[in-house]
Design a protein around this ligand. Structure first.
Ligand SMILES: Cc1cc2nc3c(=O)[nH]c(=O)nc-3n(C[C@H](O)[C@H](O)[C@H](O)COP(=O)(O)OP(=O)(O)OC[C@H]3O[C@@H](n4cnc5c(N)ncnc54)[C@H](O)[C@@H]3O)c2cc1C
Length: 287
């Protein structure tokens, strides 16, 4: 689980890469890219770039993935997330919460001031659509009943939006002078709160391999990245999938974890992103 960072703050932070001898192209989008003579000729909205390596960090519907001819498979869970901002009575103390309830899972993620959180309720789409028709007062009362009093009284809720939940996984992590990271590689259901964490380990691994590399798009280097990241992606995907397949499956899994401490320990360790093959940046070691 994590803190939700508003887009403008993220964008301002990203601009600072210009202090590191890099160019920031802001909100320009990639329009087209062609691989010619071992270099990508990339056309952005207002600029052109030449690059030895194209990194797809452009989310679940990645254009880079398509340009690199990497296929993807999609599973539609027929579930949706109701997302909104919620005002709570208690200070959230920068702590994220998730409660598994009969109708899915309710997550509260720190966002903005001490009494504002992002509210995410994942549940079957037909039920979610019905809950959208409730007025704010009735909806808030229902959420309070389901979530409990951990954060005090739930005081106000903003506009509710519905996000269909799917899982889109690339069939491979690398192509010719192209590599996928984050959701472009593996966009998962948010129930296990793993997507960003997995993506950060992608970034850390790729950065470590690229550090001091002679040719960033070298196929040997990219294959090392794919081999390094394979297990982490596969295992996290599987654990997430078990929780999401259906909510009955989730309950059986939770019971099983309670009964088998070694399995619970393994699950918790993996969900915390701990494995024996972590990149340096994930361990806080500079490159
Ligand atoms: C409701 C919800 C709750 C979540 N909670 C958690 C959590 O608690 N913990 C966790 O680890 N993960 C969580 N996740 C998952 C996490 O949000 C994602 O895994 C993460 O945001 C993926 O980051 P990304 O940069 O790879 O992709 P994205 O966040 O999708 O970003 C892709 C970016 O690429 C840009 N882009 C797209 N196309 C182009 C183009 N053609 N040219 C240029 N740019 C382009 C987009 O505008 C976007 O800015 C949650 C997800 C959801 C939906």
């Amino acid at each position: 689980l994590g803190y939700v960072v508003p887009f403008d703050i993220l964008n301002t932070a990203l601009k600072k890469i210009e202090n590191c001898n890099a160019r920031y192209y802001g909100l320009e989008t990639i329009q087209q890219a062609i691989l010619q003579d071992n270099s990508w000729q990339i056309q952005l909205t207002n600029s052109n770039i030449t690059a030895k390596l194209l990194v797809g960090a452009d989310g679940a519907d990645s254009i880079v993935r398509k340009l690199a001819n990497i296929a993807a498979t999609t599973v539609d869970y027929k579930q949706s997330a109701i997302i909104s901002n919620i005002q709570i009575e208690n200070n959230h103390k920068n702590t994220a919460y998730e409660r598994f309830v009969a109708n899915g899972a309710i997550a509260m993620l720190p966002f903005g001031n001490a009494n504002t959180m992002k509210f995410v309720w994942s549940l079957d789409t037909n039920k979610a659509e019905k809950l959208l028709t409730y007025n704010d007062h009735d909806f808030l009362r229902l959420v309070q009943n389901e979530f409990g009093n951990k954060l005090g009284n739930l005081q106000d809720i903003g506009k509710r939006m519905l996000l269909p939940l799917k899982c889109t996984v690339a069939t491979q992590l690398v192509g010719n002078r192209a590599v996928l990271i984050g959701n472009a590689a593996n966009a998962m259901h948010p129930i296990a709160a793993q997507g960003l964490n997995l993506g950060l380990r992608d970034v850390a691994s790729l950065a470590e391999l690229l550090h001091n590399s002679f040719d960033a798009g070298d196929s040997e280097l990219l294959n090392k990245y794919a081999a390094w990241r394979y297990d982490d992606h596969k295992i996290i995907n599987k654990l997430t999938h078990i929780l999401t397949k259906d909510f009955r499956g989730r309950d059986s899994m939770m019971t099983m974890l309670d009964l088998i401490p070694s399995a619970k320990k393994y699950f918790t360790k993996r969900a915390c992103g701990l494995n024996n093959n972590l990149p340096k940046l994930s361990l806080g070691i500079a490159l």
